[in-house]
Design a binder for this molecule. Structure first.
Ligand code: PLP
Length: 365
């Protein structure tokens, strides 16, 4: 059996993963995963609460027909260009094995969300090329350099995470589309798990209608506060949707998740407000951590990357010390070989938790 990719989520050790002590959850700061700091829309909570018993015991619409209709309406994407799954992790595993073969060339970014190198290299056996993003340039994508690399390697698939995790860097919508246009025989897979945190609408999810080589994977975990129910959608040209939809099983999404997703998608006003608040919280947190020895990478999302070189402390030290206080941060070592016990990633939480994180960090430094 191939190994599994490493993720955050160590905080469940403090809460208890058999859920017998869930009351501890209010005392643990889970900033090692990038879940939304805010609750799902009150409309989600109301509907799920009201129909919880029904939702738990009833078979959901088999192929999520209503949910797909609402995604189509709210996000302005034709229904035939959408498939849904229980989290983008599930969609990633339904998608790549059906468009790639062992040995196919794939290009990814480095650093980048580690599930991609895992499925591509360890599971499928693709030949993975890394477009290395440079710390000197804040890990931002330089399109000219990327174009050079794609031209040289000519991969079957190029994967972008935009905004990128763990760097928080964002590549403009026009640049993404220009890349897809320039390399029309390369499939561009764009993971937009954090896109709604970017100010103004930057998604390329509906552009799949015009670009036959564009696929967008959109988690509903991080921007709708729905990580626990597992929900995501993927948009792609019809030819690709037809190829992968036969591998999506019936009832791929629980009824609770379908109901929650529909209500969330309809409450744009609530979430827009929360994205604006996230920006304020992130900026305040970064401001609070402005210490000469600490290098913080600016971010457009609900997390940011911190370089510890110069503090005399290692990522392992900090992560372990803070765990003693029930504060969980992510040591980035497993994400990229560029990281050598010197980078941590911090999720933006609510104001009180952020203060606890920054105070504890400052006390250590
Ligand atoms: C870029 C990116 N894509 C996908 C995921 C997984 O999302 P989901 O909860 O939809 O499986 C994550 C989780 O951290 C992520 O950072």
């Amino acid at each position: 059996m191939s190994k599994q990719s490493e993720h955050g989520g160590a905080f469940f050790a403090a809460i208890g993963d058999d859920f017998s002590t869930l009351e501890r959850s209010s005392k643990v700061i889970s900033a090692d995963v990038l879940d939304a700091w805010f609750d799902p829309s009150p409309k989600v909570i109301k509907k799920v609460r009201e129909y919880l018993s029904f939702a738990l015991k009833t078979s959901p619409p088999t192929h999520c027909e209503g949910l797909i209709r609402i995604i189509s309406k709210q996000r302005e994407i034709p229904q035939e260009n959408i498939v849904v799954g229980s989290g983008s992790s599930s969609l990633i595993f339904s998608f790549f094995p059906h468009i790639l073969n062992k040995g196919d060339k794939v290009m990814i970014l480095d650093p980048m969300y580690s599930e991609y190198p895992h499925i591509l290299e360890d599971v499928i056996g693709a030949t993975v090329y890394r477009h290395v993003l440079n710390k000197k340039f804040d890990f931002a994508i330089d399109c000219d350099l990327l174009v050079k690399d794609i031209t040289k390697i000519h991969p079957t698939v190029m994967v972008l995470v935009n905004p990128n995790n763990p760097t928080g860097q964002y590549l403009g919508k026009e640049d993404v589309l220009e890349l897809a246009k320039t390399f029309s025989d390369v499939i561009f897979v764009v993971d937009e798990a954090y896109i709604d945190y970017v100010e103004r609408d930057k998604s390329v999810e509906r552009e799949v209608v015009k670009h036959p080589n564009l696929v967008v994977i959109k988690s509903m975990s991080k921007v709708y506060g729905l990580s626990g129910v597992r929900l995501a959608y993927l948009t792609a040209p019809v030819s690709i949707i037809e190829k992968i939809s036969q591998f999506i099983p019936p009832w791929p999404v629980s009824l609770v998740a379908q109901i929650a997703g529909v209500e969330a998608l309809k409450d744009k006003e609530y979430y827009t407000q929360k994205y604006a608040e996230t920006k304020v919280l992130r900026e305040a947190m970064i401001q609070d951590l402005l210490i000469p020895s600490l290098r913080i990478f600016d971010s457009v999302a609900n997390f940011f990357l911190v370089n510890l070189t110069g503090t005399g402390l290692s990522a392992r030290n900090i992560v372990e010390e803070l765990r003693e206080q029930n504060i969980y941060l992510r040591n980035c070592d497993s994400i990229s070989k560029q990281f050598h016990d010197d980078f941590i990633r911090i999720a933006v939480k609510d104001k009180t938790s952020n203060k606890i994180i920054t105070s504890a960090l400052k006390a250590l430094l």
